[in-house]
Design a protein around this ligand. Structure first.
Ligand code: THU
Length: 135
């Protein structure tokens, strides 16, 4: 799949956001190795801390469906649907990515006109993952 298509799906996912507190809509589109895409949005809560990010919504939907093989994610965000960017995934989401992805997993950070792409290794150096650290 072309990155532009994944970016479009992340933008569409933004429109599903539940953000009565921040007004900040975030959308994610997670690409599986077989070409399947899982979309996610942020879902906020009056108690704040139960809020879940768009990236984790996408990952948890996919993992529930038995998916384990991921190649890329596109993420975008902004207030009132206007994309500001590039959108960098938060640290918690980077760690969740590391649970299920190799370090060459690609992260497309979308901005108003285009996107920039980084590997998970670039965004989460010296990462902790079960395979490498637990014996
Ligand atoms: N948010 C995400 O959806 N993904 C991130 O990686 C960082 C932050 C959401 C959480 C909250 O609903 C809003 O953005 C403002 O922090």
């Amino acid at each position: 799949m072309k990155p532009e298509k994944l970016v479009e799906l992340a933008k569409e996912a933004m429109t599903h956001a539940y953000v009565p507190y921040s007004g900040y809509q975030v959308g994610a589109a997670l690409l599986c190795a077989d070409g399947t895409v899982y979309q996610g949005c942020n879902i906020e809560n009056a108690s704040y801390s139960p809020t879940v990010c768009a990236e984790r919504t996408a990952f948890f939907k996919a993992v529930y469906d038995g998916r384990r093989d991921f190649t890329a994610i596109a993420v975008c965000g902004g207030k009132g649907g206007r994309i500001t960017g590039p959108f960098p995934p938060c640290g918690v989401c980077r760690q969740v990515m590391r649970e299920f992805c190799r370090e060459d997993f690609l992260i497309y950070m979308v901005n108003a006109q285009s996107y920039e792409v980084h590997t998970l290794a670039e965004l989460l150096p010296y990462s902790f993952s079960a395979g490498e650290h637990m014996t």
